[in-house]
Ligand binder design. Structure first.
Ligand code: FAD
Length: 527
């Protein structure tokens, strides 16, 4: 049975839908509205990176994404007729889902919406948030329906996942600091023939003072992005490109012979680099593009929104269910996610300016750097890992502080993403961690097996409704590979959050940190 709504999510884009699904996992009634009467149906974000696939899989849609998408196997750089470098994607990415994929955003949204509806949710379309007032125990919202009706109602929590022009952010008067670049970019979804392009690769191709970026997303169909020439921009401003304008750019700067046809979505855009000064005001939050926007270079925008939603979702659910210290949980959202967005904005700007460089000296430096890249596996690995978002680490905020962050550095440490491990089950069958992760915390106890019950497991036992405990003894991990993956060379424990981030860790008898975490985050009516 559908629960009365406790959370209003404004915006049914990728961020709002991910949040709605996350809250739905906890049985929380959600009202999800979108001002559009029909989904926009635009291909916008194409790349879905491993860290997002981890989140999406946990929401039960991993298989649909795999089925509908094209695997992204490499990024190819070229100049004129020659290929300069190729970076493989997915190789050596430490994730249960290492292979990034390409899928039009419209399909990402359709898969998420279908799942939400299948599980009993409703996407209310043609409903626009026009006003919002914070009250002590609720938020008053004004909604305009497509038939002209205006509705005023009260709801406990509101999340603005309503995109770059967020009405929620405006209503809260949160500054969106940053700037808009002056250059115009052209975008076209088109068919490309005659160019012998690998359809599992993004191609960044430059020649004769300009760059084209090509992203495959259906057989023969590509997204083309190119900077509009200044003289054309002077005449045509923000007018969408014609197929001819795209073809001219392709002929001049792109891979030889590429022939464009069958234009679909044609548009221009300018790059904004902006970050909201705050992500929260009392009972109202912002997430996704409402909180951060940047250049599409690097393809991180939608992915960052999906992970904002995963981060906020479980915390809000815990608070609504009366678990944990509300302010600690809710304040940790901005403390963890805003620094990530700041880095994404900086890196996307850097990638854009290097990739699209028009100044002759900058181009020389770029070309030399890309040639070097081709022969430097370590650098390729660094870039690939950065794009996969699996190395994102939460370094600050009240939850990270609780987890005893100094005890281990690097992956496996507090604030980093959980690592996949395998061990032997009772019937000597292989068990893997990832399929077992769920909406609860997961306590991994690596035990030497000579004690009745490990102290960490005993501490967690009273909280079984919110913490599952997995004990991995010596017989299940005879070489110690699983515990070593988590940086433990003796018995110990690791606590993993529902968003697959390491919450806390310690040696076998070192359970004070665990106790503090359990009391602050998981216990009912925590103080
Ligand atoms: C050309 C292009 C290429 C891109 N490529 C990539 C890529 O490869 N990878 C990547 O990760 N990102 C990419 N992005 C960025 C990505 O598209 C965005 O980051 C993503 O759409 C953000 O999702 P969101 O749910 O936060 O916001 P949006 O997708 O903007 O969704 C917001 C929703 O809120 C609704 N809404 C707005 N105001 C209201 C209101 N007042 N009341 C009710 N509803 C409202 C809107 O109708 C909309 O449906 C690209 C963007 C562009 C333009």
């Amino acid at each position: 049975m559908e629960q009365p709504a406790r959370v209003l999510i404004v915006g049914a884009g990728p961020t709002g839908l991910t949040l709605a699904l996350t809250l739905q996992r906890y049985g929380i009634g959600v009202r999800l509205i979108d001002r559009l009467e029909q989904p926009a149906g635009l291909s916008k974000a194409l790349a879905v990176w491993p860290a997002s696939l981890e989140v999406l899989s946990s929401l039960g849609v991993g298989a649909e994404f795999e089925r509908a998408s094209v695997p992204l196997r490499q990024v190819t750089f070229g100049d004129g007729a020659q290929r300069l470098a190729r970076i493989s994607m997915g190789d050596g990415i430490d994730s249960a889902y290492p292979q990034p994929i390409l899928l039009p955003q419209s399909q990402t949204e359709a898969i998420l919406a279908e799942r939400f509806v299948k599980l009993g949710g409703t996407v209310e379309r043609g409903v626009e948030l026009t006003g919002l007032t914070e009250e002590e125990d609720a938020v008053q919202v004004t909604l305009r329906h497509a038939d002209g009706r205006t509705e005023t109602s009260h709801i406990a929590w509101v999340v603005g996942a309503d995109g770059a022009r967020s009405a929620v952010r405006h209503a809260l008067d949160i500054p969106f600091d940053g700037y808009t670049e002056t250059e115009s970019y052209l975008l076209g979804d088109v068919r490309i023939d005659n160019a012998e392009l690998d359809e599992h690769s993004i191609h960044i191709w430059w020649h004769d003072g300009g760059t084209v970026a090509l992203f495959p997303f259906r057989q023969g169909v590509w997204r083309v992005i190119v900077r509009r020439r200044d003289d054309v921009a002077e005449q045509r401003g923000e007018e969408p490109p014609t197929l001819e304008e795209l073809q001219q750019n392709m002929t001049r700067h792109g891979p030889p012979g590429a022939q464009l046809s069958e234009p679909g979505w044609l548009s221009t855009f300018r790059i904004n680099e902006r970050l909201a000064v705050r992500y929260r005001s009392g009972r109202v939050f912002i997430a996704g593009d409402a909180a951060h926007i940047h250049s599409p270079a690097g393809g991180q925008g939608m992915n960052t929104g999906i992970q904002d939603a995963a981060n906020l979702g479980w915390k809000l659910a815990y608070v609504i269910h009366g678990r944990g210290h509300a302010e600690t949980l809710l304040d940790s959202y901005e403390a963890e996610r805003r620094p990530v967005a700041r880095d994404v904005i900086t890196n996307a700007a850097r990638l854009l300016h290097v990739g699209m460089a028009s100044h002759a000296l900058a181009r020389l430096v770029r070309d030399a750097a890309v040639r070097v890249l081709d022969s430097m596996p370590a650098l390729q690995h660094k870039l690939r890992t950065e794009m996969s978002e699996t190395d994102i680490t939460y370094r600050s905020g009240p939850l990270v502080a609780l987890g005893g962050s100094a005890s281990h550095r690097g992956r496996g440490g507090v604030g980093t993403r959980a690592l996949e491990i395998a061990w032997l089950g009772d019937a000597d069958d292989e068990r893997r961690l990832w399929p077992l992760l769920n909406d609860r915390h997961t306590l991994l106890v690596f035990s030497d097996g000579d004690r009745e019950q490990a102290p960490a497991a005993a501490r967690a036992a009273p909280h079984a409704a919110a913490v599952q405990t997995i004990v991995i003894g010596m017989a299940a991990d005879p070489q110690g590979d699983a515990r070593r993956r988590y940086g433990l060379d003796a018995a110990g424990w690791v606590l993993i959050r529902p968003d697959m981030v390491i919450a806390a860790r310690g040696a076998e008898d070192d359970v004070a940190v665990l106790e503090r975490y359990l009391q602050t985050v998981i216990a009912r009516n925590a103080v």
